[in-house]
Design a protein. Structure first.
Length: 655
């Protein structure tokens, strides 16, 4: 029922199919009070809403109307509706007079699209004993809900308080059951107390143990300040009562915080409310009228932020948006820094290559998955005996360094320029640290921008990485500028009369790119025989690689990575051990793969779990016969977990 269209970090832009239509995620669902709603939320972009089945159940008038006409007519909303089961009232008042089975059956009777089991919301920082007792009941009720739900799509809420292991255990157990959406519950106290760092631990402990193929709902997260952070951690749905609750207290929401009406002399945005009314106009109104208008503003801002997040996922710069939002409040900045602990997990979901450049916006940017991935992939490149470290220039580095050899000679302690195959030459720069010249056009090493003035945190980050990276070299020669910029004083002792050649051999270059892209030794597997390299007449860059007249691969200009030809796919398939770089399809999909049609996830029976979105992959059958090749849409874990949507966009079949 859920399909991913675009990805960035752990964020997903997709569609969720319900009985009353499709929902585009990430999505915000305004909370609708079944007896008090005064705002038509559809006008502001609501595709779905959430209301409370327990309130309807307890009010005889509302109950009668809902049973007769359905919940959609009751709240005058024709799109998908999620209903809560009364768990909020349970947490607030300690008890409610309806049981789990009764509220599940009631939700189905009133025509709810997605109902919710009656979980036990366990607040943060309770005793571990209390959290375990509540969790046991939550899981028992989840099982019961599945047995009585009928045709109702169903939520089951992940609980466990602030104990990460309990959250993960709950997610593991619920994830094995056939629920349609997985909310993450009892986080409102963390949000209200600005404990955003704890929120990161709770969400990541939950999301990383839930099925990738189902949407996740962060319950009670209604302020636009936290939307982008939550989406980057893999949350897809949000509910907001904040838009009206804040309005009733004269508080105006913005993506970077909240304004009190009493302090405003100008309205903060360009929505209809802010352009048609001044702060004094609002202050002079009756409270109900004023609250209604501020609520409209809050809805406008909230849905605008959701749209901004969706576009950032498509563009591939979601984490830049997260950094902007999190720097608006010190406690959100704590959360951003806490996210560093999970970069190895985020890296597995983050697409390998993106449309937009990497923009450095502060020391937190060094913790993004692109930096982590690059530093790990450097291990795919065989090291020589000598390392020459050069300062940054314009990009691509190799082009501009080669143009000024006189300056270079001074910077490497008067070493002369001559070919040396035992010498690795690399630039040292923020945020990626070591950039070997042969791969300096591969995304994101050329497709990034950082300030000329380097902050101390990033200086130390790069300096520490360089110190670790150089350990296996016999000799290191660093330019004076590199030594001074990154506080590498211990390298000043390295002097010598080695000779270097900055114009590297093209065959050496293409093999290094292939190794970096596909894995160690991939260059040797791809590029053997009568290798001919064709450059672009316009840019002079390497464009095509041939064996004689047979095309092996094309180096894509936009991101500097190889796109395979049929011959390249065959060579890689012959050389790489199963299941490396492979997506294995069943018998039903084999003829479609041979025809060059895209591969859907439901036909995949195995794959390399290390595949990332946008990787070049091989499509094979269960006997490991090569059928086709293409570009992955999902990562390896998602390909296996999903039963709907594209897994691979096939480039060519029948090879």
């Amino acid at each position: 029922m859920f399909e991913i269209k675009y990805k960035d970090a752990m964020g997903r832009m997709g569609t969720l199919k319900t009985p009353h239509g499709k929902i585009k995620t990430p999505a915000l669902m305004p909370v609708i009070h079944p007896g008090k709603q005064t705002i038509d939320v559809k006008k502001y972009g609501a595709e779905l809403v959430i209301t409370n089945a327990y309130i309807i159940y307890k009010n005889e008038e509302l109950k009668e109307k809902a049973l007769k006409n359905g919940v959609h007519k009751l709240i005058n909303f024709s799109g998908p509706i999620i209903t809560d089961s009364g768990s909020f009232q349970l947490s607030a008042y300690g008890d409610i007079d309806v049981n789990n089975q009764e509220i599940i059956e009631f939700q189905e009777k009133i025509g709810t699209d997605i109902g919710t089991s009656l979980d036990i919301p366990t607040p943060p920082f309770v005793t571990r004993k209390k959290a375990k007792e509540d969790l046991k009941i939550t899981i028992e009720r989840a099982r019961e809900a599945l047995n009585v739900k009928g045709d109702l799509m169903l939520n089951s809420v992940v609980q466990g308080s602030t104990y990460s292991d309990l959250r993960s255990h709950c997610a593991d157990v619920l994830g094995e059951m056939s629920f349609d959406v997985y909310p993450i519950g009892a986080v409102v106290p963390l949000l209200e107390s600005y404990k955003y760092s704890d929120l990161v631990d709770v969400v990541m402990a939950s999301v990383t143990h839930l099925p990738d193929s189902k949407p996740r709902h962060l319950m009670g997260a209604g302020h636009p300040m936290v939307f982008s952070l939550a989406v980057a951690m893999g949350c897809d749905l949000f509910d907001s009562a904040a838009y009206i609750l804040y309005a009733e207290n004269d508080r105006i929401m913005m993506p970077n915080g909240t304004y009190k009406l009493e302090n405003l002399v100008e309205m903060p945005c360009s929505c209809n409310v802010c352009t048609n009314y001044t702060p004094d106009d609002l202050k002079g109104m009756e409270k109900s009228e004023r609250s209604n208008l501020i609520a409209q503003h809050n809805l406008n801002i909230s849905f605008a932020e959701i749209r901004t997040i969706k576009q950032s996922i498509v563009d591939g710069n979601l984490l830049e948006l997260v950094e902007q939002r999190c720097k608006s409040h010190p406690n959100l900045l704590n959360a951003l820094r806490k996210l560093k602990d999970y970069v190895s997990i985020i890296d597995k979901y983050d697409p390998a290559y993106k449309k937009s450049a990497f923009f450095y916006s502060g020391p937190e940017s060094v913790n993004r998955p692109e930096v982590f991935r690059h530093q790990k992939r450097l291990n795919r490149l065989k090291k020589g005996k000598i390392l020459l470290l050069l300062p940054k220039t314009k990009k691509p580095y190799h082009k501009y360094l080669s143009d000024d050899l006189g300056t270079l000679l001074w910077k490497v302690n008067d070493a002369e320029i001559e070919e040396s195959t035992e010498c690795d030459i690399a630039v040292v720069d923020v945020p990626f640290g070591i950039i070997p010249l042969e791969i300096d056009e591969v995304y994101p090493l050329a497709q990034n921008e950082s300030p000329l003035i380097i902050d101390d945190d990033s200086r130390n980050f790069v300096g520490t990485f360089v110190e670790e990276y150089i350990e296996e070299y016999h000799e290191i020669i660093a330019s004076k500028e590199v030594v001074d910029t990154f506080n590498l004083d211990f390298l000043q002792e390295y002097k010598g009369n080695q000779k270097f050649n900055l114009t590297r051999d093209d065959k050496f270059k293409i093999k290094r790119i292939a190794n970096y892209q596909f894995g160690s030794n991939a260059g040797e597997l791809l590029f053997y025989g009568d290798i001919n390299i064709e450059r672009s007449r316009k840019t002079g860059k390497i464009r095509h690689v041939f064996d004689g007249k047979k095309l092996i691969a094309t180096l894509r200009a936009s991101d500097g990575v190889f796109v395979l030809s049929s011959e390249g796919a065959r060579r890689l398939h012959r050389g790489l051990d199963y299941p490396k770089n492979r997506v294995v399809v069943n018998d039903d999909a084999e003829p479609f793969a041979l025809e060059g049609k895209s591969i859907f996830a439901k036909f995949v029976i195995d794959c390399d779990k290390n595949i990332r979105a946008n990787d070049e992959v091989l499509i094979v059958n269960c006997d490991d016969n090569l059928l086709a090749f293409g570009k992955s849409v999902l990562n390896g874990k998602e390909i296996i977990d999903f039963n709907i949507g594209q897994a691979v966009k096939t480039r060519k079949g029948g090879i």
